[in-house]
Design a protein. Structure first.
Length: 228
């Protein structure tokens, strides 16, 4: 059976970045598995005694998302949130290499290289390193997704550093389920007009769809696509 691996910095990135696409591929018979690296909570200004409880709660939410989406149970590394730059990148690369060898994915989805969030940047770099050409973990298809309030908040005058998608997936049949699943991550969803509000997220899918002449789409950058 064909498999897709998602390497995401934090629980909720998988839905925000490619949730509707994953749901569509799942309907086509693909197995979907997500790996989360940062705990998503420990950088926040809250009582340290409450942090562990918050981490566990967020992981339970991610597991609930996977169950309802009919994905495989996710894996959590629990590296410090927004501090992946303190983790030896070789450790991250070796872990990703191991997952590629064991799962043999046809497709990998991961972050955009120039996201504002440092954890996103590091996961992208680690994925590209782990799946480099002429290695036993080479993967033919790798796509970068966009994350509202991270990809769009990165400011640069250089066009090459801005998320400029060149690959679109029609998600008309799955966008509403993505929005409903996002409600599980209730603490991560913001109020309108924040770009991570449910309304903005659906509007983004509508905007990406309009770029390609359809109603709803999720957009990606092709990092690699090798055709036989």
């Amino acid at each position: 059976m064909k498999k897709i691996l998602v390497f995401a910095a934090h629980p909720d990135d998988e839905l925000l970045g490619c949730g509707a696409t994953l749901l569509k591929y799942q309907k086509k018979g693909f197995k979907i598995k997500t790996f989360f690296f940062g705990d998503g909570e420990s950088s926040r200004d809250i009582d340290k005694k409450k942090i562990f409880k918050s981490i566990i709660n967020r992981e339970k939410q991610a597991e609930k998302v996977s169950k309802k989406g009919k994905f495989e149970k996710p894996i959590f590394k629990r590296f410090p949130d927004n501090r992946l730059d303190t983790v030896p990148i070789l450790d991250i690369v070796k872990f990703i290499e191991k997952q590629i060898r064991e799962n043999k994915p046809e497709i990998i989805f991961t972050h955009f290289e120039n996201d504002l969030n440092i954890d996103h940047q590091i996961i992208y770099k680690a994925v590209i390193t782990a799946s480099r050409p002429l290695s036993k973990t080479f993967v033919k298809k790798i796509y970068s997704f966009e994350i509202p309030s991270s990809t769009d908040f990165f400011l640069s005058r250089k066009s090459k550093k801005i998320f400029n998608p060149n690959f679109y997936i029609d998600v008309y049949s799955t966008i509403d389920k993505k929005i409903n699943l996002l409600k599980i991550y209730k603490d991560e969803i913001k109020k309108w007009p924040h770009t991570r509000s449910l309304k903005s997220i659906k509007n983004l899918a509508m905007y990406r769809g309009s770029q390609i002449g359809i109603k709803y789409a999720e957009a990606f950058i092709i990092v690699r696509e090798l055709q036989n």
